[in-house]
Design a protein around this ligand. Sequence first.
Ligand code: PLP
Length: 363
Amino acid sequence: MTDRVYNFSAGPAVLPVPVLEEAQKNLLSLPGVGMSVLESSHRSPHFTEIIETAEANLRNLLNVPDNYSLLFLQGGASLQFSMIAINFLGGTEKPADYILTGSWGKKAIKEAKREGTVNVAWDGADGNYNRVPEASELKLSDDAAYVHFTSNETIQGVEFPVEPSVGDTPLVCDSSSDILSRPIDIAKYDLLYAGAQKNMGPSGVTFVAISDRMLGKAPEQMHALLDYNLMAENKSLYNTPPTFGVYLVMLVTKWLIEEIGGLEQMSVINKQKASMLYDAIDESGGFYKGHAQLKSRSNMNVTWTLETPELEKEFLDEAKKQGLCELKGHRSVGGIRASIYNAMPVEGVTKLRDFMATFKESH
Ligand SMILES: *Cc1c(COP(=O)(O)O)cnc(C)c1O
C-alpha cells in the first residue's frame, strides 16, 4: 500500500483503493463460492449475480429508464466508432453529423467515413481544439441518421458542460472519459458508450447504453458480435463477456453508490478537484498556460503547457520524485495533463497543486 504513487494516467487509470482491496481479498475465492471470478463460468449463478448487480448499479447511478438496454461489450470505445457507423450509417442514404472537438472525435469520423457520408457539424481545428461549440455554431443536417459527439476529449481536456441539443435526431455520445463523473439526463441520448478504463473499471469492457428506438433502427442479418439487438437480447452473454472487467465495474459502481453517495456527490468532488488545478494555472501569472478555454474546461483531464519543453521535462521529473506520476501530455499535443478521474483522491490533487506553486516559485 505505502508504495502507491498518485497516478494521473489518462487510462487505464487509477482505481478506488477499496475496489482493488476487495478484488484482492476475493481473488482466490469469491465469498461462499470457492473459486475465483477469473475461473468462473459466465453462465454460473454467481457470475449472473455479478453482471446483474453491475447493471442494476449503473441503472441506479445513471437513472436509466426501462426502455434502454445496458451492454457490456469488448473492443473498446474504438470498436464503437465502427459498430455505430456499420449499424446506423451504412446502408442508409442519410448522412451522420459529427461534432469534432478533439483527437477521439477525429478517430470516430475516420471509421464512420468507411460506411457513408459524414457531415462535420463543427470542427474545433481553428482553435487547436481548445473549446466546444456554442449551439448556434452547429451546422446540423436536416435528415441526419444521428449526431455524434465526444462529451470529454481526453487528450485536449475539453468537455461539454451539457450535451448539445439536437432536436429529434438520435444523439450518440462517446463518454469514455467522463462517464459516471456527474449526473446526466440519459433520456436525451439514444446511444452512450464508454471504454471502462478511465472511470469505470479496467480495460477490456465497453459499456453501452442504447434506447429501444435506436435498437429498432439496427439492421437484421448483422455479424453476431456487431449486432446490438443480439447483444441486448442475450444480456451481453451471447459469447463470453469480459468477466473480470464486469466484476470490477460492479465493485466500482458499488463504491460510487455506497462510499461516495451517487453522481451528484461525485460531481461536487470532481469540480472541487478540477478548480484547485485551474486556480493554480490562473494564478500563476502565465507561468502555466491552460489549453482549454474557460467554459470548455474538463473536470477530468486538466491540460496545460509551460514556457519550453525543457521546463516541462523538469516539471515532470521533479513531480515524479514527489510521487506525482503520469503527468506527461499525450504524445500528439505535448505539455502536461493531469487526469483526475473519480478515483483520484483529493489529497493527490492538493499535493499536485502545492507542487505547482513551489515549482513556479523556484523557477
Ligand atoms: C480512451 C478513449 C477512447 C479509446 O478507447 P479504447 O477503449 O482504447 O478504444 C475513445 N474515446 C475517448 C473519449 C477516450 O478517452
